[in-house]
Ligand binder design. Sequence first.
Ligand SMILES: CC(C)(COP(=O)(O)OP(=O)(O)OC[C@H]1O[C@@H](n2cnc3c(N)ncnc32)[C@H](O)[C@@H]1OP(=O)(O)O)[C@@H](O)C(=O)NCCC(=O)NCCS
Length: 144
Amino acid sequence: MIKYSFLTPQAASEINLNELNVLIAQLTSSPVKHNLASFRRFLNQPGLFQLAAFTDQRLVGLASLFVIRKIEIKVGLVEGVVVDEEYRRQGIGTKMMKMLIEKARQIGVRHLDLTSHPARVAANRLYLRLGFRPRQTNLYRLDL
Ligand SMILES: CC(C)(COP(=O)(O)OP(=O)(O)OC[C@H]1O[C@@H](n2cnc3c(N)ncnc32)[C@H](O)[C@@H]1OP(=O)(O)O)[C@@H](O)C(=O)NCCC(=O)NCCS
């Protein structure tokens, strides 16, 4: 059975950092390795709702909602959605996304934004299935 919870900064010490770093490595080609202090700092930031999925105490999924108060409205950014390879296609990604959407609704977020590279076939299908639609806008980045 899978259990889902939003992590508080105090809960950082209950997370197995090896499992955390293994998951992050499945999300990005240039992963960072968290230690307890850096993970606590991450969880401590304002506006973050960090969801985690566990099976038998093992961390198998992560998804972040960042709530941003723009000058006119409150919006949400979904980031860091990942499910451990061994646990995919069991509905964990869908469940985490639905929980983030519900959380965003509860706190008055007007809309949720996310980006996903077209090569991420599973992720793109998942987001489309949940009702996310492509936006026509230019996406810019300044590397610093
Ligand atoms: C995207 C991801 C989180 C989905 O997690 P998951 O727990 O497997 O998702 P679900 O079981 O809820 O499946 C949701 C849908 O994703 C799609 N999907 C899942 N695995 C797929 C695959 N290998 N190929 C194509 N579509 C796939 C399907 O549409 C699936 O629904 P279906 O089973 O009804 O067809 C997971 O594949 C993952 O961690 N990928 C690597 C990291 C990543 O790309 N993150 C997204 C960053 S934007």
